[in-house]
Design a protein around this ligand. Structure first.
Ligand SMILES: [Zn+2]
Ligand SMILES: [Zn+2]
Length: 334
C-alpha cells in the first residue's frame, strides 16, 4: 500500500496521517447520531471482539472448577500464570516477528522510520529496549496481571463481591460488556495522570517512557507499581455487579490490548490493498511528547483537561503554548 496516500513523511522520517486525530463520537455534544453509527463497528472490530473471544476461551478451557478456586493453592494459580505467559509470548511475538523482525511491510505506516533495535540506549537494562521490556513484562507484568485474575476468581468462588449469574442476567451482563472499554479508558486516564505527577513520574512511570519509539514489547515495560495500578482495572468488578468472565475480558483488554497502542504502525497491511487500523497514533504521540494524550480518546478527557494533541501543526502549537505557560508560572514562583 502507498503510505503517502494516507499521510506524509517528513525529513526526519516521522510519518503523520492526513486525518487529524478525533475523539470517538460517543460523548459528542450535541450528539452526532450519524457519526456514532458510522463509528460503532470500530468499537468492536477487530480488537474488542478478539478480547471477548479470548476471555470466553479462558472461561471455557482455562479457568478451573469453582470448588478448586475456593482455596489459594499454588497449583491452579501457577497454571493460570503459565497460560498467561504462553499467551503473551505468542501474541506479542506475532506482532514483533511480523513487523519488526521480518519487517514484512518495511517502514510503511511506521510512525518513526527508525528501528528501536538499531539504537542501543543506556536507559534500558542491557542497553536494549526489547530485553528491558521482556524482563519487566514477564518479571512483574504477567505475574501482577495473573494476581488480579486470581483475586477475582478466588473472590467469585467464595461469593465475595457483587457477582451475578450469566444464566440469570445475560442482558445486563451484555450491557456491562459494552461499557467496559469506557470504564477502562476512565481508569487508565486517572492512573496515567497520577503517575505523571513529578514524584511518581521520576520513580515509577519514567520506566515506561524510556521507549520513546515504542514497539510491541514496550507495552508491558512498566515499573511494578504501574503494573499494579494498570491491572487494577479488574477491581471495578468488586463494585459493579458483574461476572468473572467480564473481569477476564477487562484484563485481556488491558494486557493484550496494550500491544495495539504500542505497535508503532498506523496500519497493518493484510493484503496488497487492505489494512487493519491500529488506532495507536494517540498513544504514540504520548510517547513522543510525554505531556499530551493521557487517554486514548474514547472519552474526550484530554480535550476537557486541555492536553489533547491531534497530530497536526495546530496540535503542536497548542502543546508548545501550554508548555510556555507552565514554564512562565514555574519561573514566576521561583
Ligand atoms: Zn505507553
Ligand atoms: Zn505516560
Amino acid at each position: 500500500m502507498d503510505e503517502l496516500k494516507f499521510g506524509t513523511r517528513d525529513k526526519r522520517g516521522q510519518w503523520t496521517p492526513h486525518e487529524p486525530l478525533t475523539h470517538a463520537p460517543l460523548f459528542a455534544f450535541p450528539p452526532k447520531p450519524l457519526a456514532l453509527l458510522k463509528w460503532l463497528p470500530h468499537y468492536f472490530l477487530p480488537w474488542n471482539l478478539i478480547w471477548a473471544a479470548s476471555a470466553a476461551a479462558w472461561w471455557v478451557w482455562i479457568v478451573p472448577e469453582k470448588a478448586v478456586m475456593q482455596n489459594l493453592a499454588w497449583g491452579w494459580m501457577l497454571w493460570l500464570f503459565a497460560i498467561n505467559c504462553v499467551a503473551v509470548a505468542l501474541f506479542y511475538s506475532a506482532f514483533e516477528l511480523h513487523l519488526y523482525v521480518r519487517r514484512a511491510q518495511g517502514t510503511r505506516f511506521k510512525y518513526n522510520a527508525k528501528w528501536p533495535s538499531e539504537h542501543k540506549s543506556s536507559a534500558f537494562l542491557f542497553g536494549s529496549q526489547n530485553i528491558d521490556s521482556l524482563i519487566r513484562g514477564f518479571g512483574t507484568g504477567v505475574p501482577i496481571w495473573t494476581a488480579w485474575e486470581v483475586l477475582v476468581l478466588w473472590a467469585w468462588a467464595n461469593d465475595i463481591g457483587p457477582w451475578v449469574s450469566l444464566m440469570d442476567h445475560p442482558l445486563y451482563l451484555f450491557a456491562v460488556w459494552l461499557v467496559l472499554p469506557v470504564i477502562h479508558e476512565f481508569h487508565f486516564f486517572c492512573i496515567h495522570r497520577l503517575i505523571h505527577t513529578p514524584f511518581l513520574y521520576k520513580w515509577v512511570h519514567s520506566v515506561h517512557h524510556n521507549s520513546v519509539n515504542p514497539s510491541p514489547w514496550s507495552s508491558l515495560s512498566m515499573h511494578p507499581v504501574e503494573h499494579l495500578l494498570y491491572f487494577a482495572t479488574a477491581a471495578y468488578h468488586f463494585i459493579l455487579p458483574s461476572h468473572p468472565l467480564l473481569a477476564i475480558y477487562q484484563l485481556h483488554f488491558a494486557g493484550f490490548g496494550a500491544v495495539v497502542g504500542h505497535i508503532g504502525f498506523d496500519k497493518m497491511e493484510v493484503t496488497e490493498d487492505s489494512a487493519v487500523d491500529s488506532h495507536a497514533f494517540a498513544h504514540y504521540l504520548h510517547h513522543k511528547y510525554f505531556e499530551v494524550n493521557y487517554g486514548d480518546g474514547l472519552i474526550p478527557l484530554d480535550r476537557w483537561f486541555g492536553t489533547w494533541h491531534d497530530g497536526t501543526k495546530e496540535g503542536d502549537a497548542a502543546m508548545n503554548a501550554r508548555y510556555q505557560k507552565t514554564k512562565a508560572k514555574a519561573n514566576a514562583k521561583a
